[in-house]
Ligand binder design. Structure first.
Ligand code: NIG
Ligand code: FE
Length: 406
């Protein structure tokens, strides 16, 4: 086993330029492109990147990877996924295709609660196998760092098993304890009494962050404040699902509590855009979810132009976004959100890493960063977004080892 990897003769290497993180405004689209490039990795870290003609002699035992005709970008970061679930929602998908509404199905006890029943039916090893399968799907699309939420257990045992499964599969667990009110509790307040008393103490040890679904039919702003305040006191970073269908106060609450992010924002209007831009909270946009539900897209262009920090993610889940492809999300960003390929790259690398609290080591290709990279089967890195649903990922390198080749 060699400890060094030299990726040589790359047609291009593209990385977000050094800038304050999270990148906002013009910084989001600042990408450095090196033609005829190499990446030298050692011990799981990038030692150097540069032009082939500047590559000096490499010492030690080095494995070489031929990059001819390929482009390298940093390993992609999926900062919003729901991979811990049993069953599927394919029957619901067919009903929606025939005209049924997503919120109607949810109100009728289907939707999220049908996945809760299927997830509770799995024992912890079976749940972990499901998460591992979903993590492998992500990985084949170039995702080397990911967040995974619980939220389909909604009881102590299944929520904790979900968080353990995400960690065991290499993800960063987020406790989405407030996703829906399960049927054994009379209302949201009673359910929150239960989770704060019985689940939070252990969830706080297992998870990196907490999340809440702030929306009509789920939790209101008062309930979300109570849940998140308790989670913050227990040491968790804060995230919110907000403004998906209605503006229900998620952005002001995220700013008030110092959340890392507020995610969705399809219903955000001018006041929300201004408030987010004036804050350090990242807006995580999920265009695959809006597409999957045939809903309007988030005001991405207005957010970036106003100076808000944004990231992009898949929202992978069985109901509203059954995809693990960040390249597809980049395509949607350029075709539906009016972002540039460079802005999309920054949003799935540095800014997504910031949301997960790891942007000091993840999200750029430069000396000292994690040796996580994606080799694209294209001579120009912008094929990442250009090749709509294409087989664009040729090879994935994680911790300096080529672990997937098409
Ligand atoms: O981010 N909005 C709430 N939660 C998920 C969907 C969950 C589901 O439909 O199972 C989301 O879209
Ligand atoms: Fe989500």
């Amino acid at each position: 086993v060699t400890d060094a990897l030299l990726v040589r003769d790359l047609a291009q290497l593209a990385t977000p330029a050094p800038a304050a993180v999270p990148a906002r405004g013009a910084d989001l689209g600042a990408v450095e492109v090196i033609e005829d490039a190499y990446v030298l990795c050692r011990g799981g870290t990038v030692e150097a990147v540069g032009r082939m003609r500047d590559l000096g002699p490499v010492t030690g035992d080095v494995e070489e990877l031929d990059g001819r005709g390929l482009s390298a970008v940093p390993g992609l970061v999926d900062c919003h996924t729901h991979p811990a679930f049993g069953g599927d929602r394919v029957a619901e998908f067919a009903l929606r295709a025939a005209g049924a509404g997503y919120e109607e199905l949810h109100a009728a006890g289907g939707g999220i609660l049908s996945t809760v029943a299927a997830t509770r039916a799995l024992d912890p090893p079976a749940l972990e196998r499901r998460v591992a399968r979903h993590a492998d799907w992500m990985f084949r699309h170039g995702t080397t760092t990911w967040e995974g939420k619980s939220g389909y257990g909604l009881d102590r045992e299944t929520e904790l098993a979900s968080l353990r499964a995400v960690r065991a599969c290499g993800g960063s667990p987020t406790w989405l304890g407030a996703h829906a009110v399960p049927p054994e509790h009379p209302n949201g307040d009673a359910y929150l009494d239960y989770v704060v008393a019985k689940v939070l103490p252990e969830a706080a040890v297992l998870a990196d962050a907490a999340d809440v679904f702030l929306e009509r039919g789920a939790f209101d702003a008062t309930q979300a404040r109570r849940y998140l305040t308790a989670c913050r006191a227990a040491g968790l970073a804060l995230r919110l699902h907000g403004d998906q269908f209605t503006e229900s106060g998620a952005i002001p609450l995220a700013v008030e509590l110092g959340a890392r992010s507020v995610d969705h924002l399809e219903a955000t209007g001018p006041d929300g855009i201004g408030a987010l831009a004036a804050s350090s909270v990242v807006g995580v946009l999920l265009p695959a979810s809006a597409l999957f539900l045939a809903r309007p897209q988030a005001p991405a262009r207005a957010l970036v132009d106003a100076g808000a920090a944004i990231a992009l993610a898949t929202d992978f889940n069985p109901g509203s976004s059954f995809t693990t492809s960040l390249p597809l999300v980049c395509s949607l960003a350029c075709t539906q959100l009016r972002l540039s390929p460079a802005e999309a790259l920054g949003a799935v690398t540095v800014n997504a890493a910031y949301v997960l609290g790891c942007s000091d080591r993840v999200g750029r290709l430069a000396g000292g960063y994690a040796a996580d990279l994606v080799l694209l089967d294209a001579p120009d890195w912008r094929y990442l977004a250009y090749h709509l649903a294409g087989d664009v990922v040729a090879c994935v390198v994680r911790s300096g080892r080529p672990v997937f080749r098409r």
